[in-house]
Design a protein around this ligand. Structure first.
Ligand SMILES: [Zn+2]
Length: 344
């Protein structure tokens, strides 16, 4: 008569499973499936690295952020989401065999600390759930907060409150998180202020050290693809043939351009006769006589040169990226002549 239907828990509300018990991995399958469905559509479009970074940050992680505000996600689901995002970043697909180039926790670091600034799923989930703790502390004017105060807390102090044994899994988890959180904050200031999930998330993820190469890697003058290559190269994570042999993906470690030495990052950037010619031309143009074969050293040098207002410094790294980008294709799409022509 009322138009309402009676359903058993968990039922779906606004696309989310609602349940007072611990939510299972199977019940979160919908979230994982949603992400995979998006990737299947995108995987046909041959997206660039930069495009994939934008899509992960703006779409995939936002699907998760919506769920995060309502529930504490199981660890297995967080691991699945990370695996999906990592494989989409690396291969443009939802499934990837083997480990990624860089650990996910390092990818989630801010750019100035050497990461790509992806949202850390676990920390974001925590920051989103802490919003409920803040709502209870600040006695927000909503039905759930009033109900919690009347049924559970009564006249007790929220910060000293302990959950009874018979209470639900979700409530016990929330109280556990409250006890952990209260030691890290000034409780009266926290309750009096406004709550922004991103502010709390940033508070949780501070403390990352600044790395000296981030400015050069993510310089606005770089083409995004070159930034990504350089980001991998400075961390020695380029998929060079020597690394592929070590992982038993390839059998031959020789450089495909010169066939004279093993293909390593050092070789590709500095020692291969083709890249050497590119580098010599850039160095002659800059009037630079250094003979380093370390990318980190070159970046340090450019940082110093920029401070002394040496205008061409930025461009020099850009030229190196540009050369390497062609070298990375290892002659598969571009002939050796093209590589040299492009470096001029
Ligand atoms: Zn070579």
């Amino acid at each position: 008569m009322s138009g309402f239907t009676r359903e058993d828990l968990p039922f779906k509300y606004l696309g989310l499973p609602i349940c007072a018990k611990r939510i299972s991995k199977e019940e979160c399958k919908l979230l994982v499936d949603k992400m995979i469905a998006r990737i299947k559509v995108w995987s046909t479009r041959n997206l660039s690295y930069a495009g994939r970074v934008v899509l992960i940050n703006s779409v995939l992680l936002n699907i998760h952020a919506y769920w995060s505000q309502v529930m504490i996600l199981p660890k297995r689901v967080v691991a699945d989401i990370e695996a999906i995002c990592r494989s989409f970043l690396g291969k443009g697909q939802s499934v990837m065999a083997g480990a990624g180039n860089i650990a996910w926790k390092n990818i989630c670091k801010p750019k100035k600390s050497g990461g790509i600034c992806f949202m850390s799923i676990h920390e974001w989930n925590k920051a989103a759930v802490i919003k409920n703790i803040w709502a209870i502390a600040s006695k927000k004017d909503n039905l759930w907060v009033k109900w919690v105060h009347n049924v559970y807390i009564n006249k007790d102090s929220w910060w000293e409150y302990e959950a009874p044994i018979q209470s639900s899994w979700y409530w016990k988890k929330l109280v556990e998180l409250k006890n952990e959180w209260k030691d890290q904050i000034n409780t009266s200031q926290f309750a009096a202020g406004n709550y922004k999930i991103s502010d709390v998330y940033n508070h949780m993820t501070v403390g990352n050290q600044v790395c000296h190469w981030s400015k050069q890697v993510w310089s606005r003058m770089n083409i995004p693809k070159h930034s990504f290559l350089l980001w991998l190269a400075v961390q020695d994570r380029l998929k060079t043939r020597r690394r592929l042999v070590r992982f038993q993906i390839a059998t031959d470690a020789q450089c495909i351009l010169c066939n004279e030495s093993d293909e390593t990052a050092e070789h590709l950037y500095f020692c291969c006769k083709f890249s050497k010619e590119c580098l010599e031309q850039v160095k002659a143009w800059l009037g630079w006589g250094a003979t380093t074969i370390s990318l980190q050293e070159i970046i340090r040098w450019i940082n110093r040169a920029k401070k002394s207002k040496f205008g061409r410094a930025d461009i020099s790294l850009h030229s190196l990226d540009f050369s390497l980008s062609y070298l990375e294709n290892r002659g598969a799409f571009y002939g050796r002549e093209t590589i040299l022509k492009c470096s001029r």
